[in-house]
Design a protein around this ligand. Sequence first.
Ligand SMILES: C[S@@+](CC[C@H](N)C(=O)[O-])C[C@H]1O[C@@H](n2cnc3c(N)ncnc32)[C@H](O)[C@@H]1O
Length: 363
Amino acid sequence: MTGPDSRVSAALRRRFAGELGARFGSGWGDAFAAVPRHIFVPRFYAQADEGSWRAVSCGDPGYLETVYSNQALTTQLDEQGIPTSSSSEPALMLDMLDALDAREGDTVFELGTGTGYNAALLSHRLGDDSVTSVDVDPVLVEAAVHRLEEAGYRPFVTSGDGARGWPQRAPYSRIIATAALRALPAAFLAQAATGAVIVAPIGYGVLRATVTAPGHATGRFLPTPAHFMPRRTPTVAPAFDALRSVEPTDTKVAAGNVLDRLRFPLSIALAGHNSCSWRDDDGELTAVGLWTQEGSTATAHVSGAVRQIGPRRLWDVVEDLAAVFDGVPLRDEFHVTITPGRQTVSYSVSGGPSWELLGGSTP
Ligand SMILES: C[S@@+](CC[C@H](N)C(=O)[O-])C[C@H]1O[C@@H](n2cnc3c(N)ncnc32)[C@H](O)[C@@H]1O
């Protein structure tokens, strides 16, 4: 086995699994105690200064202590230094595995193999033959397969768009996604057995849905906040230049902290949107911006001036949400109903608002 002294790592891992288990009283404690995370994360990137990263490899001071702590670890960066793969925060992984409720005899499909660590935890508990994992990046898949073998696991791992599932090994009784989706992919529903549980990050929350009949499911969001890297798709640039010629309108919603406060419902109402902010030389916020894949862009200045362009008036969506939610809404008050061709998120107050999740049928 490669990596640092296994006696030290085993001791750290036992403590780490004990802390996680004590926090959650979860049946996954044995798997976290047995699976060596350091095999799957021989190197990670720590944020140095704003925008720069420092590689931390096995043998570096603090490496093992960080690997066996409750930290998400960035494991791959693109040419711009944007993270493209990571080993998620263990407590969040545990929360999602608990919600998945996988037991002996279940067959699991995972979107987002990444390092292979989650696939190893699943294999440890359910057996290699029960686990199918797909990552869009063949380089990651190759590395994950080697690390899984090194750690003694042989689940089925392959590369492809996980939003297409892997029909050759369907039906699945459990489906888990570890990259953020805009909606449940149609393939998940097509490849799920009736009664299957699906756990997937949607926007800044994690949905747990149960398949009630072919193509139908109902579910709720977990209380846990989640910020997963998005499922990889082509990106569209914001139209800030074109906005300059747009006549501003007034808004009563202060740009201040509204995007933070409404982060979760906004990630549902405007699935897959991006946002940014501008600050003056003293670090004071001056404006915020929003844009979406279909080419809509909006900016709101702290003075109340709003400019919007494109097929959707994005700031109007922010205003509508601000009118519904005074504070930060609780994720587990949002439930989801899925029928073939339609996925609706509703807020659990009588006569409360609802939103359609779009993008489930476009792999
Ligand atoms: C947070 S990481 C997954 C962590 C992983 N489960 C682990 O234990 O290390 C998200 C992963 O999703 C993958 N991904 C993004 N879009 C995908 C897609 N369309 N299909 C499959 N995998 C995808 C990324 O390449 C990345 O490795």
